[in-house]
Design a protein around this ligand. Sequence first.
Ligand code: PDD
Length: 286
Amino acid sequence: MTNSETVYFNGSYTPKNQTKLSILDRGFLFGDGVYELIPIYNKHIFYVKNHLNRLRSSLELINIDSAIVNDEKFIKIIKSLIELNSYVNHYIYIHISRGVDKTRNHVYTNECDPTILIMGENYQPFDKSIIEIGKSAIIEEDYRWLKSNIKSTSLLANVLIKNKAYTSDAYEALLLRDGYLTEGSASNVFIIDNGVIKTPKLSNKLLPGITRKFLADLIKEHGLEFDECDISKEKLLSSDEIFCSSSTNPVVPITQVDNISISRNAGPISMQLYGHAQKFIEDSYK
Ligand code: PDD
């Protein structure tokens, strides 16, 4: 399959299908890098400052100089890709690895220049009719590492877990560490408990999702009750509603977990929040 869209790679704009990477790139050999996925709504870059701040934070946490991510420069590149590829509603993937080394060596030096790739990704968010029905999820032990706050390209555990969900006909796997909810394999997780919207508080065990922050802003703006707290397996399974959030789909209601029914369809508070998110996007990015 060919793809001749233009991507940004180490300072140049090149066709995706002709962009080549050295086999000595540490991202390829060790998954030694970080990334971001940013929604583009009607040609506008969503919560871009938050995404670039998180990218800098991920870089700092793996000892790569975060000054390589300059807001003005990155926004200019993203806008160029939007224009060059005529993106309207799309996603931008940013991938920064530690760079190409002289040999394969676990120990890194400061000698290699980070590899920077910025390219479009074409995901199709769920239609409202699908959101209203809701999705199912499985529960899985969170056997990932204890630095899940880094948006690392080392995603093997997440990939294995997401595929287990997929082969179980589920949308997502909800992860439990020591009996408490952390997040999903590729999303943050919220529950509704007696009218209160709850989500695990930020820590090294989960990604500080930008959609999580966006929803928290909306929850405050609309005067809904919100609590960032520990959520046990029992609390999760007895909650009134569950939903997952990510850049690809801000609110995905979960109506069934393993064989346990949570709600018949998407719950009212999940749908309310979904509506607020859609309205914010429509109003802000005309
Ligand atoms: N993943 N937690 C994990 C483990 C994730 O992989 C993601 C998103 C999130 C939600 O983060 P955000 O709201 O910033 O998208 C939480 C993206 C979509 C991905 O890996 O492609």
